[in-house]
Ligand binder design. Structure first.
Ligand code: HEM
Length: 146
């Protein structure tokens, strides 16, 4: 029914929801970085250790959902990286938790992968924003509300 009145309406709601998921992923990722710096500088047993583990899992799930393939987005490479790359620092982190061994080379790889993840997420988020803008312009031009 909504589609008859404003054929683009349904699409706009869906893309806004997707953008909200992208924002949630970005915020969670930056919070995860802050917790990571705390882990790096202080170490030891503290609440931030559990938070870093929990948010790490949350970031990985959010990225998998937020960066699902979008039809019409050109060059999906960075988007695919943004979707799956958080799993890499998460895997290393789970190794730390499972074995209790925080080997320096692995910690360095963990941190580098986290920063590459941030870069890919930012690129993918910016591209999605631009893609959404195009969709809105097309909707306004082709299907003006009656
Ligand atoms: C996408 C980003 C990240 C994810 C998914 C992630 C995930 C994890 C997980 C699951 C652990 C295991 C926690 C535990 O020992 O129970 C861990 C440990 C650790 N993380 Fe991260 N992390 C991320 C980013 C960072 C960053 C940016 C830093 C530092 C600047 C960092 C520093 C550490 C350190 C030093 C540990 C060693 C174990 C500890 O003391 O907790 N992480 N990470």
């Amino acid at each position: 029914m909504k589609r008859r009145v404003f054929p683009g309406g349904y699409h706009v709601v869906r893309t806004n929801r997707r953008m909200a998921l992208v924002w949630a992923t970005r915020i969670a990722l930056y919070a995860q970085l802050l917790l990571g710096f705390d882990r790096y500088s202080r170490g030891g047993v503290s609440i931030t250790r559990e938070l870093h583990l929990g948010l790490g899992i949350a970031v990985a799930i959010l990225a998998l959902v937020a960066f699902r393939p979008v039809p019409g987005l050109v060059n999906p490479g960075p988007r695919q990286l943004a979707r799956f790359l958080p799993l890499a620092p998460l895997a290393i982190g789970l190794y730390f938790r499972a074995t209790g061994m925080t080997l320096t080379p692995l910690v360095i790889a963990h941190i580098i992968l986290a920063f590459v993840t941030v870069a890919c997420v930012e690129i993918a988020a910016a591209r999605q924003r631009r893609g959404m803008a195009d969709v809105r312009v097309n909707i306004v031009r082709k299907d003006p509300p009656t």
